[in-house]
Design a protein around this ligand. Sequence first.
Ligand code: DX5
Ligand code: ZN
Length: 218
Amino acid sequence: MKPLLTPSILAANFANLEADIKAAEKGGADYFHLDIMDGHFVPNISFGPWIAKQMKAITKVPLDAHLMITKPREYIPKFIDAGVELIYPHVEGSYDVYRTVQMIIDHGARAGITLNPATSVVSVEGVIDIIDSVLLMSVCPGFGGQKFIPSTMKKISDLRALLDELKPSVRIAVDGGVTLENIGHLRKAGADFFIAGSAVFNAPDIEQRVRDMRKAMQ
Ligand code: DX5
Ligand code: ZN
């Protein structure tokens, strides 16, 4: 599976979002990542499905949504209607995440599952039949611009070994503190999708940074 670079628009300039999106698209962004925060599941508030709808009008790059919200099932149909193709709910804080994942699939999107830094990789086993990716948080969710947690490196290789045993087609995404410097190491450890906010949108030249990160992840 070829690696995919997924800029997170959380770090983009919302006063001129279209310019940032176009620059990342020109550089070769494979996906855009929407960080959805409700102020309850994480201590920050971001944006809702309407932003996906507006983005669909200006870019052909596919969208994923990372749901950091306490009631994901209330919003999943809205994100899919808005054009999101891949949705990542969290395994934490929900006794029936299988139902949430199933709902994503029933509504016609693809589903991943997200694990916080302190959540063990074995927690994917209960939903393995119906997911096609696992998103490993490499920072505590809630904010962009945090430092990569080093133990994630081993977690990626442990998860890769577990997936190879259970379902080799499942891909690993890594989110938080991904930079031009560490992206190559993350690829070597076994990650496939690289989500990066500040490393892309705080760069002096967004288009060039996307190009450089895509090269470094090969
Ligand atoms: C954090 C989000 C991340 C964040 C990444 O809760 O899930 O997607 O935007 O930002 P950086 O790349 O700046 O760590
Ligand atoms: Zn995210």
